[in-house]
Design a binder for this molecule. Structure first.
Ligand code: ZN
Length: 223
């Protein structure tokens, strides 16, 4: 390839790609297959996958076997709760099966991992419902692709009085929250959304303007 204006970044990218290709070509097939499998993991690009694969094939065999066993065991034993969608080893999950939790409150979250974060706060004693995503017409995700039907079914069999929507405060989160609030209007259920607050312990200079604006809108009287 010619570089008439000597673009350093283009030249460097070509050299790196050539080096990566020559490394892939010189690696044994099982390692290339491992790199390809690891590349599918979220947050791992080809270079990170290559680094991990090369580390694993040179690591102590017993520790690699332990990792493989833990990986298979976690995938075999953990599944979404058939009621709320949380990840669990038993059906229903510990939260749905806990009689001490407030069954009249359901907190709607996007992903199962969001439950962990809310539980860590220790500020919530109700139950949960995992939607499994947000409404996103641009990505072809409509209400029927989310666990909204399951939530409606729960309303018929559980004593739910309030739904707290804890979705991200982005465009898709806002659209999904609005959709849910409209869906449950007039059904004798209060729909609320998490207050958009400022990070505890930091000054106003660390808050972005959107957070600050919403914190002002969502202000509450001092009691
Ligand atoms: Zn559950």
């Amino acid at each position: 390839m010619l570089y008439p204006f000597f673009s350093c970044s283009t030249l460097l990218a070509d050299i790196l790609e050539a080096l990566a290709n020559s490394l892939m070509a010189s690696l044994p097939d099982p390692v290339n297959r491992l790199i390809a499998a690891l590349s599918y993991l979220p947050g791992l690009g080809p270079r990170s996958a290559e680094r991990i694969a090369l580390y694993l094939v040179q690591a102590d065999l017993d520790s690699v076997k332990e990792l493989a066993v833990a990986l298979v065991a976690a995938c075999e034993r953990v599944a979404p709760c058939t009621n709320c969608g949380a990840l669990t080893e038993q059906q229903p999950c510990g939260i749905c099966g806990d009689a001490k939790r407030d069954a009249s409150l359901v907190c709607v979250v996007e992903r199962a991992v969001d439950i962990v974060n809310i539980e860590k706060s220790g500020a919530y004693r109700g139950r949960y419902h995992v939607l499994g995503g947000k409404i996103s017409p641009l990505n072809g995700i409509g209400p029927e692709d989310l666990r909204i039907g399951e939530l409606q079914a729960r309303l018929a069999r559980e004593p739910i009085r309030e739904i707290i929507i804890a979705l991200p405060s982005d465009v898709e989160g806002d659209a999904t929250s609005f959709y849910l609030a409209k869906l449950f209007t007039g059904k004798g259920i209060t729909t609320s959304r998490l207050a958009h607050g400022l990070p505890v312990g930091s000054g106003l200079e660390f808050a972005d303007s959107l957070t600050l604006g919403r914190a002002i809108e969502g202000r509450r009287p001092i009691e």
